[in-house]
Design a protein around this ligand. Structure first.
Ligand SMILES: Nc1nc2c(ncn2[C@@H]2O[C@H](COP(=O)(O)OP(=O)(O)OP(=O)(O)O)[C@@H](O)[C@H]2O)c(=O)[nH]1
Ligand SMILES: [Mg+2]
Length: 196
């Protein structure tokens, strides 16, 4: 299933000067800790296997990768919270992200977390950052294929408590099976409609 057909890779950005601006399309960023499945999620939305690089090796996406999704630009942000990354690398990440959000062209953030685990301190920091910057976001709880329906329901409760948001602000998905991705499309379409 291709929820967003014909998505294309545009470019990778390692610094402010390489950010994509002025495209006349809203930018939707995908954030989340390393290995949570950001790249897999992007591939699942696009219905393509190799659009974004998926890896069992956490911390692989170090750059901001931009994709043209037709009606919007999707930015795959480098994952945070990977313990084996040096202090210098972490500082680089946080400067890159500060610059990225300071440009002010981010319409919405899809904040991915792992449905099986309580949100980490870094997940909470990320959401607090978005609250502080007044950047609207949707929480997407990935890897739902690992849980039963009842466990999914319980996990959404845990995540909403941790993030101090409503259950309705969280979408449970599986980038592997496609579960819940239709709801993400609905949320994205609403963002795009608001930007028009
Ligand atoms: N079971 C299951 N595994 C998943 C799902 N999504 C991703 N994975 C697996 O999780 C691992 C990490 O996936 P990636 O998509 O590379 O994660 P990422 O967040 O882009 O990782 P970084 O780029 O390193 O930050 C891979 O082994 C994927 O196959 C899912 O919905 N279900
Ligand atoms: Mg990735």
């Amino acid at each position: 299933m291709q929820l967003f057909p014909n998505a294309k890779f545009i470019t990778s950005a390692a610094a402010k000067s390489q950010f994509i601006t002025g495209q006349g399309k809203p930018v939707i960023a995908v954030s989340g800790k390393s290995n949570v499945g950001k790249s897999s999620f992007i591939n699942a939305l696009a219905g393509q296997k190799k659009l974004a690089k998926v890896s069992g090796d956490p911390g692989r996406t170090r750059l901001i990768n931009y994709f043209d999704f037709g009606t919007f630009i999707l930015a795959d942000l480098p994952g945070y919270g990977y313990a084996r990354v040096s202090k210098a690398e972490k500082a680089k990440w946080s400067h890159l992200l500060d610059d990225f959000f300071a440009i002010g062209e981010v319409a919405h953030v899809i904040s991915l977390c792992d449905i099986r685990h309580e949100p980490t301190a870094d997940d909470k920091l990320m959401l607090n950052f978005l609250y502080a910057k007044i950047i609207p976001f949707t929480v997407v709880a990935n890897k739902a294929d690992k849980l039963s329906r009842a466990q999914i329901d319980k996990a959404i409760g845990v995540i909403s408590t941790a993030f101090k948001c409503g259950r309705g602000d969280i979408v449970a998905v599986s980038s592997k099976s496609g579960y819940g991705l239709d709801k993400v499309k609905t949320a994205i379409d609403a963002v795009i409609a608001l930007c028009k």
